[in-house]
Ligand binder design. Structure first.
Ligand code: ACO
Length: 276
C-alpha cells in the first residue's frame, strides 16, 4: 500500500514502531467518512506488516480527535442512507473490529482534544498515554445525542460506573491528569514529554516476544466476557496453542536461561532474545 497517497491519515514507520496520525488538523481531526475508509485500509495493511511491531495512534497538530465530523459524518449523510450505511460500517470496522483485535500492541498517544466518538478508539487501544494538557469530554449530551456508536458500551466497561454516568450525563470536560486519575488512560505527562514517554513504552514492547504479546492481548480481551470455567479452559487451550505458534520457543528459552544457565531473571525483565 502506498501510504503517501493517503489524504487524511499519516503513517510513519521507525525502528519497529509505526505511528498512525489522524490528519485533519484544521478540523481538529474530526472523523469524516473518508478518514474512516482510509483507516480501514491502513489497519488491514499494518496488521501483518513485518516492519510494524507496535502501533501508536495519535493526531496531527494539537488535537487527538474531536469525535465524528458533525457535518461530513452526520448532517451531510442524513438523506443519503446508502452512503451513511457504508460510512457507519467503516467507522465501526477500524475503531473496533480492527483496532481492538490488532495483532500487535497499540498505544493511544493523546496529544490534545479527545471528544465523543474518539473514546471508542481510545478504549480499543491497549495502552493510552495523554498529555496533562489534553482535553477529554463525552460531549454527546451537549449535541442532544446519545454516546452511541459503542461509546456508551466502552465507557461502562472501561470506567467505573459512577464516572461513566457522571461524564456522559454532564458532558463535563476534563484534562489528562484527571483522565489518568480515573484510569481512562494509563498515565499523563507534560505535553513536551508525551512523545518520549510513548516511545519508551513502545520500545520496551518491541523487545518482547511478539507471539506472547499477541496471545496475552487476545486472551485478556476475550476472557472478560467469559465465565470462570470457560476462561480457565480457554486460557489453557491458548497456552498450548502458543507453544506451536511461537517460532522462538520463548517459554523453553526463558526456562533454560533461568533454570539451567542461571543467566537471567525473567521476573525482572524479558528473557534474552536473539534479536534483542
Ligand atoms: N465536527 C466537525 N467539525 C469540527 C469538529 C467536529 N466534531 N470539531 C471541530 N471542528 C471544526 C470546526 O467547525 C472548525 O472548522 P472551521 O474552521 O471550518 O470553522 C475547526 O474544526 C476548528 O474548530 P474550532 O472550534 O475553531 O477550534 P478550537 O481549537 O477553538 O476548539 C474543539 C476545538 C474544542 C474540539 C471544538 O471545535 C469543539 O467543541 N468541537 C466539537 C467536539 C465534539 O463535541 N465532538 C463530539 C462530536 S459527537 C460524536 O463524536 C458522536
Amino acid at each position: 500500500m502506498d501510504f503517501s497517497k493517503l489524504k487524511v491519515v499519516k503513517v510513519e514507520k521507525r525502528d519497529g514502531v509505526t505511528t498512525v496520525a489522524l490528519n485533519r488538523p484544521e478540523k481538529r481531526n474530526a472523523m469524516s467518512p473518508q478518514l474512516h475508509y482510509e483507516m480501514v485500509d491502513v489497519l488491514k495493511e499494518l496488521g501483518e506488516d513485518e516492519e510494524t511491531r507496535v502501533l501508536v495512534l495519535t493526531g496531527a497538530g494539537d488535537s487527538w480527535c474531536a469525535g465524528q465530523d458533525i457535518k461530513l459524518f452526520f448532517r451531510d449523510l442524513d438523506d443519503k442512507p446508502k452512503e451513511r450505511h457504508r460510512a457507519r460500517l467503516a467507522n465501526h470496522e477500524w475503531r473496533w473490529t480492527l483496532l481492538s483485535a490488532f495483532p500487535k500492541p497499540t498505544i493511544a498517544m493523546v496529544n490534545g482534544y479527545c471528544f465523543g466518538g474518539a473514546f471508542v478508539q481510545l478504549f480499543a487501544c491497549d495502552f493510552a498515554i495523554a498529555a496533562d494538557e489534553a482535553q477529554f469530554g463525552l460531549s454527546e449530551v451537549n449535541w442532544g445525542i446519545l454516546p452511541g456508536g459503542l461509546v456508551g458500551k466502552v465507557i461502562v466497561d472501561g470506567l467505573s460506573y459512577r464516572d461513566a454516568v457522571w461524564y456522559a450525563m454532564t458532558g463535563e470536560p476534563f484534562d489528562g491528569k484527571k483522565a489518568a486519575e480515573i484510569k481512562l488512560v494509563n498515565k499523563s505527562v507534560p505535553r513536551d514529554q508525551l512523545e518520549d514517554a510513548t516511545m519508551e513504552l513502545a520500545r520496551s514492547l518491541c523487545k518482547k516476544n511478539p507471539q506472547t504479546l499477541r496471545t496475552i492481548k487476545e486472551s485478556l480481551r476475550l476472557v472478560r466476557g467469559m465465565s470462570v470455567d470457560q476462561a480457565a479452559d480457554y486460557l489453557l487451550a491458548k497456552e498450548r496453542e502458543m507453544r506451536f505458534m511461537d517460532t522462538e520457543s520463548g517459554r523453553a528459552e526463558a526456562m533454560k536461561q533461568f533454570l539451567d544457565d542461571k543467566s537471567y531473571r525473567p521476573g525482572m525483565g524479558e528473557y534474552r532474545r536473539d534479536d534483542s
